[in-house]
Design a protein around this ligand. Structure first.
Ligand SMILES: Cc1ncc(COP(=O)(O)O)c(C=O)c1O
Length: 491
């Protein structure tokens, strides 16, 4: 088991959260209106003409013109034709530094030849799918079990969303309890029940448009980094049938956008044991990005269930899985099994665990381990954030930059740091309004980054990969410098 991690020094969550508290009290600093206009006319209209034309047509038949929530871009989404290593190329031939990295799965960088060759070999000599067992299903499951001590068994799904659905279903079946407590603001995919308390801690069902409210009868949220709040909820639940599981993103909601104290995870584990609830780690982002043993290895925690996604298929389709202790995973056995006389959770997926996902995933994990890719990607994250902090200082901006290894955050408006207090219901509309105004400015910043050759995740998150080197990071920082030079208080 590899013990190297992407995080060299754990962040000071208290200080960063204070800085974020300050940021959201400040006026909005964003790209100046005349600079945005210049980017729109000089870059997007002139240099992205083919994208503009295609998206114009796509809007007629695809709602919003794009299929991925993260592909949205002001003033219009761009059409990308190639992702290679640390670069992206659009249909007009422009090149970008890729800090989206497909939304997180490509720790090695995009489309590494070492994995691609294995996938091509599979397609030439086998088949992308059979619906039956393939040797790489075993190999990938074994690799994952060998990497994470808490994972004794593993079952693959199509996505992180599906794996999170399976996790809470299994937890309820295994414990005979109904209540699930999640961390406010955290994203665990878009299934009905887990659309609770997303983006804004305390927001309950308010962001879950299209989901009937009764669905959330047995889902609760607690405030990020707030152990007292979690314990209070566990205590109340104890009087009402108990808690099936506590579900958390171990670096904090929205991939660590709201950072957590170092000992937070260990304390959550303690509370789960004390109140007899299962602990579920959602390692969709952190698994094989923070290290081969995941965030659980880094924080020295042994969750009962671990949700996987993204990196376990190395940027190929079919990236989802659930792993955990045998006594819980037995509720997931496929088909009719002899031995375990337990009811089985209803799960499935025609295209889950295809040979293509398993071959890509297996060789991705092998290569990550062989090349210490998590550590290298993390070092690149450190360099990027160090440079961003220097630029923030240079231009005297209220922005906050921090990272958990290769998961980097550049908060310019602090949209994700608002929360909702139901004891003061009259404040709720203003929080929702303020976050949407700030989100718009985050999109404007995202457009400016794009025009300077930087693709980010929604203008505020940046994933680094092992395909970066120091020169590339320095080059990327020059692009950020050009954007920051045109930032001022929103008029
Ligand atoms: C922490 C976390 N859990 C679950 C998911 C859902 O995964 P998927 O997009 O594969 O459904 C995501 C997606 O970004 C995520 O970040």
């Amino acid at each position: 088991m590899s013990s190297s991690f992407a995080i060299t020094e754990y962040l000071d969550a208290k200080t960063i959260n204070q800085q974020l508290d300050e940021l959201i009290k400040m006026p909005i600093y964003t790209i100046k209106a005349e600079a945005l206009k210049r980017y729109e006319t000089e870059y997007f209209d002139k240099k992205c003409a083919k994208s503009k034309e295609m998206i114009g047509k796509a809007k007629e038949i695809i709602p919003g013109g794009v299929q991925h929530n993260l592909a949205f871009n002001h003033p219009f989404p761009l059409v990308f034709t190639k992702a290679e290593g640390a670069y992206l190329y659009d249909i007009d031939g422009n090149r970008y530094f890729d800090f989206l990295q497909a939304g997180g799965p490509t720790v090695l960088g995009s489309n590494p030849p070492s994995v691609r060759e294995k996938v091509i070999n599979l397609l030439n000599n086998g088949s992308p799918s059979t619906g039956l067992f393939h040797e790489y299903e075993y190999k990938l499951a074994k690799k994952i079990c060998d990497s994470m001590p808490s994972v004794e068994m593993f079952r693959m799904f199509n996505s992180g969303t599906e794996a999170c659905m399976a996790a809470i279903r299994v937890a309820r079946l295994a414990t005979g309890k109904k209540n699930i407590i999640k961390m406010g603001g955290a994203y665990h995919g878009w299934s009905d029940q887990l659309a609770y308390g997303i983006r804004i801690p305390g927001s309950k069902w308010t962001q879950a448009h299209g989901v009937p409210r009764f669905i959330f009868r047995h889902v609760q949220e607690f405030f990020p980094n707030d152990l007292n709040d979690l314990e209070r909820k566990l205590k109340i639940n104890k009087l009402k049938g108990g808690t099936a599981a506590v579900l958390i993103e171990p670096v904090g909601p929205e991939s660590g956008t709201w950072p957590l104290d170092y000992d937070f995870n260990k304390n959550v584990e303690y509370l789960c044991r004390k109140y007899d609830a299962l602990l579920i780690f959602d390692e969709v982002v952190t698994g094989f990005r923070i290290g081969m043993s995941g965030a659980q290895g880094y924080f020295d925690v042994s969750p009962d269930l671990t949700v996987f996604g993204k990196t376990i298929a190395g940027g190929y389709p079919g990236a989802g899985g659930l792993g955990g202790k045998k006594e819980v995973m037995k509720y997931l056995a496929a088909g009719i099994q002899t031995g375990d006389k337990v009811k089985k959770a209803l799960v499935g997926g025609t295209m889950a665990a295809t040979p293509i996902s398993c071959v890509a995933g297996y060789y991705t994990l092998e290569e990550i381990e062989r090349t210490n890719a998590c550590e290298r990607a993390g070092r690149m994250g450190d360099l990027l954030v160090k440079g961003l902090k220097e630029l923030i200082k240079k231009y005297n901006l209220p922005f906050v930059a921090f990272n958990q290894g290769s998961i980097c955050h550049l908060e310019t408006v602090g949209t994700m740091h608002f929360s909702i207090n139901w004891k003061k219901p009259w404040t709720i509309p203003s929080v929702i309004k303020e976050t949407s105004i700030r989100k718009k400015e985050m999109e404007h910043m995202g457009a400016a980054y794009m025009a300077e050759g930087l693709v980010t995740l929604a203008g505020s998150r940046l994933y680094t990969s092992a395909a970066y080197d120091e020169d590339m990071i320095n080059e990327a920082l020059k692009c950020f410098d050009r954007v920051f030079a045109n930032v001022g208080i929103k008029e």
